[in-house]
Design a protein around this ligand. Sequence first.
Ligand SMILES: *[C@@H]1O[C@H](CO)[C@@H](O)[C@H](O)[C@H]1NC(C)=O
Ligand SMILES: *[C@@H]1O[C@H](CO)[C@@H](O)[C@H](O)[C@H]1NC(C)=O
Ligand SMILES: *[C@@H]1O[C@H](CO)[C@@H](O)[C@H](O)[C@H]1NC(C)=O
Ligand SMILES: *[C@@H]1O[C@H](CO)[C@@H](O)[C@H](O)[C@H]1NC(C)=O
Ligand SMILES: *[C@@H]1O[C@H](CO)[C@@H](O)[C@H](O)[C@H]1NC(C)=O
Ligand SMILES: *[C@@H]1O[C@H](CO)[C@@H](O)[C@H](O)[C@H]1NC(C)=O
Ligand SMILES: *[C@@H]1O[C@H](CO)[C@@H](O)[C@H](O)[C@H]1NC(C)=O
Ligand SMILES: *[C@@H]1O[C@H](CO)[C@@H](O)[C@H](O)[C@H]1NC(C)=O
Ligand SMILES: *[C@@H]1O[C@H](CO)[C@@H](O)[C@H](O)[C@H]1NC(C)=O
Ligand SMILES: *[C@@H]1O[C@H](CO)[C@@H](O)[C@H](O)[C@H]1NC(C)=O
Ligand SMILES: *[C@@H]1O[C@H](CO)[C@@H](O)[C@H](O)[C@H]1NC(C)=O
Length: 775
Amino acid sequence: MATKFFVLFLPFLFCSFVHSSIELGSSIVAGTNSSWRSSSGDYAFGFYHLRSGRYLVGIWFDKIPNKTLVWSANRDKPVEIGSTVNLTQSGQFVVQPVNDVLFSIHDGTNTTSAVMLDDGNFVLRDSLSNYLWKSFDSPTDTLLLGQTMQVGQKLFSNTEGSVDYSTGQYSLEIQQSDGNILLKAYRYTDSAYWWSDTAGNEGVRIIFNNTTAALYAVNRTNQIIHNLATADIGAIEDNYHRVLVNDQGNFQKLIYPKKNGSEWIAMWNAVTKPCTVTALCGVYGFCDTTGSDTKNYTCECLPGYTPFDPTAPSKGCYLSQAKNLCAANSSAPDNTVEVKEVQDADIPSKGFFFFDLQGIDNTDLENCKRELRDDCLSMAAVFNGSTCIKKRFPIINAIRLTPDTSNHVMLIKVPLVDNEKDSSLVVLTVALILCSLLAVLFAATAIYHHPFCLYLIHKRTPPKPKPKPMDINLKAFSFQQLREATNGFKDKLGRGAYGTVYGGILNLEGQQVEVAVKQLEQVEDQGEKEFVTEVQVIALTHHKNLVGLLGFCNEQNHRLLVYEKMENGTLSNFLFGEGGKPSWESRVRIVLEIARGLLYLHEECDQQIIHCDIKPQNVLLDSSYTAKISDFGLAKLLMKDKTRTNADARGTMGYMAPEWLKNAPVTSKVDIYSFGVMLLEIIFCRRHIELHQIEEGTNGDDMILIDWVLCLAKENTLRNTVIHDPEVESDFKRFERMTMVGLWCINPNPTLRPSMKMVVHMLEGNIEVGVPPIN
Ligand SMILES: *[C@@H]1O[C@H](CO)[C@@H](O)[C@H](O)[C@H]1NC(C)=O
Ligand SMILES: *[C@@H]1O[C@H](CO)[C@@H](O)[C@H](O)[C@H]1NC(C)=O
Ligand SMILES: *[C@@H]1O[C@H](CO)[C@@H](O)[C@H](O)[C@H]1NC(C)=O
Ligand SMILES: *[C@@H]1O[C@H](CO)[C@@H](O)[C@H](O)[C@H]1NC(C)=O
Ligand SMILES: *[C@@H]1O[C@H](CO)[C@@H](O)[C@H](O)[C@H]1NC(C)=O
Ligand SMILES: *[C@@H]1O[C@H](CO)[C@@H](O)[C@H](O)[C@H]1NC(C)=O
Ligand SMILES: *[C@@H]1O[C@H](CO)[C@@H](O)[C@H](O)[C@H]1NC(C)=O
Ligand SMILES: *[C@@H]1O[C@H](CO)[C@@H](O)[C@H](O)[C@H]1NC(C)=O
Ligand SMILES: *[C@@H]1O[C@H](CO)[C@@H](O)[C@H](O)[C@H]1NC(C)=O
Ligand SMILES: *[C@@H]1O[C@H](CO)[C@@H](O)[C@H](O)[C@H]1NC(C)=O
Ligand SMILES: *[C@@H]1O[C@H](CO)[C@@H](O)[C@H](O)[C@H]1NC(C)=O
C-alpha cells in the first residue's frame, strides 16, 4: 500500500519541481553557493566563480565536475564577492555589483517570473507565460541544443579557455549582406579565415537541432543550405552537447558523456589547419607546423622578435631594438638593418587587402632583399620564385608552408643592435612615470598591486649621467622672487592635475616677460636632486610645439615651474568655449602642430618622454594660436595622491589607452591613443563624451565620441556629419583621412597603433592611410 502511494505521488512531486519558477523579489548573492537550477539539475544560473576570485553572472553545466560555463551577462566585467543578481518586484532583472553601478540584464516591466529551463535557456516570463527575454537570444561563445543563431547575432571567443572568459579576438557571424557565415579575427581588418560559402542566401540561420544534434544553416524557407556538423550516432541524451567558438579561433561541436565522461570531446571542427587562423600566434608571431602534420602547431616569433610573454608565445612578439628607420638623416640602411630569410614560409594576403604593398614581378631573391632593405616603411616581404611582395606591418599571419608544395621565402627585416648608442625606444626611463600615474588613477582598485607596476619598480634603471647644469639655459628663482612676480599669487590662470597656475611678470635679462608659474602640489617627497634632475630633462626640450620652461624654484617644500605664458589659453577652451567653433583650417593646423610636438617628445629629443596625459586641457595656444603641448615630463613628479578625487581621474579617463587597465606592457603607444581621441575631438569639434544624447533614436550610443565615429565609419556615413559644414565638406577627403588616422590611433591593440612618425606622415598625406580595423 505504501509503495503504491509513493508511486502515485511521484509524478506530482516531480511536476512541482518542473514548474518551480523564480518569483519576483528573488535574488542570489555572489559567494554563497546558491543558484537557480533547471529541473533536471543539468544547468544552473547564478554567480560563476572565476580563478581570479571574482564572479560572472552566468549559466553552466552543473553536473560536470568542472562546471562548464555556457553563457554570461558580464564577461568583460566580473563582479566581487557579495554582489547580487535580483529579479526585482517591478520586474527588472538587474545585477548590483559591490562598489559599482547597477546594470540590468532586462529592463522590462511585465515580468512576473523567471525559470531556468532544462535546455540551458534562462527565460523571463509574463503572466501569460510568454517569454519576454531569453538567454538564448544573446549568446556569448556557445550554442546549446535547440538554440538558433541569426543575422545580427555573433559569437565571440573567450580570451583564454577556462582561465579568462572576457571577449577574445575571434568572432562568428552571419554576414548581413549575403548570408555567408564567417569566422574572423574581428579586431583586425580580417575579412575571414573560414567561411561557409553560403553567400547569395537570405534570412540565413544556424540551427543546432535538438532531435538530431546536427548543426546546419538554413535559409528563409527553412531549407538546409549548408551542413556543418553531422547528426550524432546513438542517443543524444547520453551526452551533453555544445557548439563553441574557442580561444584558438575554431568553431567546433563538442560532447561530454554523461556517464563516464572526463572531458569535452570535439566531434567536428570548422578549421582543420590551425595556422590558417588569423593572428593565432599574435602580432609578429610565426605559426609553425611540424612537418606534414598540419593539425599540430607551435607559436614562435619572427626572427629578430621577442615574445611579449615567454610562457605564452601565442600572445605575440615585439621588436626589442625598435628604431625609426624612416627618420630623416638616418644613416645608410645597409649598416642598420639585416634581412633574414625563412624558407618555406608565407604571409598570405588573402583577405588582408591593405597589408600588401606593391609587388615586383620577374625579379630574384637578391633584388627582393634589396627592395625590402631600402624601403623604410616595410618590415617584411615574401618571394615566391618570381614575384617579390612587400608587406605592410603589423604582420599577423606568418605561417610555415609544407616544404614540397612551395618555393616561398619569407624575408624579415631586423634592425641591427647598435652598441654605441642607447636604443631609441628605451621604455624603462619612463618606468617611474607610468608607475606613479597608475597608482594615482587606480588607487581605489586592485591595480594598485598591478604586477607590471611592481616589475617596473624593481627594474628601475640606474641613473644615467646627466647633462651638466651649465649646458642648460635654465634659471633657478627664489620663492620670494616668484611671489613678487605673481603679485602674491593673485592672478590665477587655471588649475591642472599637478597644481595651480598663476600669471605674473618677471624680469629676465633686462626684459619684462609674461610668465605662467605652476605651483606643484603633489610632488613626491623625493630629494632636491631628483627634482632638479627631472626639471633639467624638461628644460632640455626645445620645440616650437612645446611650451618652453624658463625656470624653476626649489626651496624647502616649495616646488614651482616657470613657463612662458600662452595668451590664448587651452585648446579645450578654444574648441568648446564660448567663441564658437574654430575654422576648419585652424583645426587642421592645430592637429598637425600637436602631432609634431608629440613626435619630438617620443622620437627626437635626447631622452624619450611619454606624456601620459594628452588631452585638450594640456595643449595651450600662444598669441598666434600656435598649439603647444604643456605638462610633459611632469607625470614623473606626481605623487601617490590623497586629495585628487575620482571625478578628476574620470576627466582623463576618456583619453586613457585600454592597456592601462590590463596587465599589458605600457609604452609610448598610450600617448598615441590619447592623441587619437583628441584628434577626433578636434576635427568633429565634439567632446569625447557628451552627457546628453546627440542624435534622435540612437539609444544614446552616440554619447561616446569614439564609438560614434567608429559607427559612422562602419556604416560609411561620415559624409552626413559634414553636410551642414561647407568648409569641411569641400575638404572631405582630408577630413576622412584624418578620421582614419584617428581610428588607427585608438586601436585597442597598442602594437597596431602607428608611431608618431607614421601619424605625422599620414596626416601630411605623405603616405597612404589604410582602412583601420573597424568592428
Ligand atoms: C560552498 O561550497 C564549497 C564546496 O562545496 C564549500 O567549501 C564552501 O564552504 C561553500 N560556501 C558557502 C558559503 O556555503
Ligand atoms: C537585491 O537583493 C538583495 C538581497 O535580497 C538586496 O539587499 C538588494 O538591495 C537588492 N538590490 C536591488 C537593486 O534590488
Ligand atoms: C506590458 O503589458 C501591457 C499590457 O498587457 C502591454 O500593453 C505592453 O505592451 C507590455 N509591454 C511589453 C514591453 O511587453
Ligand atoms: C526542440 O526544440 C523545439 C523548438 O525549437 C521545442 O519545441 C522542442 O520541445 C525541443 N525538443 C526537445 C526534445 O527538447
Ligand atoms: C530537427 O531535425 C528533425 C529531423 O530531421 C526535424 O524534423 C526538425 O524539424 C528539426 N528541428 C528544427 C528546429 O529544425
Ligand atoms: C532556400 O534554399 C532552397 C534550396 O537551395 C531553394 O530552393 C529555395 O529557393 C531557397 N529559398 C529562398 C527563400 O531563398
Ligand atoms: C564510457 O563507457 C562506455 C560504456 O559504458 C564505453 O564504451 C566508453 O568507451 C567509455 N568512455 C570513456 C571515455 O571512458
Ligand atoms: C578540471 O579542472 C581541473 C582543475 O582546475 C583541471 O586540472 C582539469 O584539467 C579540468 N578538466 C577538464 C576536463 O577541463
Ligand atoms: C602535437 O605535438 C605535441 C608535442 O609537440 C604532442 O605531444 C602531441 O601528441 C601532438 N598532437 C598531435 C595530434 O599530433
Ligand atoms: C638632416 O640633414 C640636413 C642636410 O644634411 C640638415 O640640414 C638637417 O638639419 C638634418 N636634420 C637633422 C634632424 O639632423
Ligand atoms: C608569384 O606570385 C605572383 C603574383 O601573385 C603570381 O602571378 C606568380 O604566378 C607566382 N609565381 C609562382 C612561381 O608561384
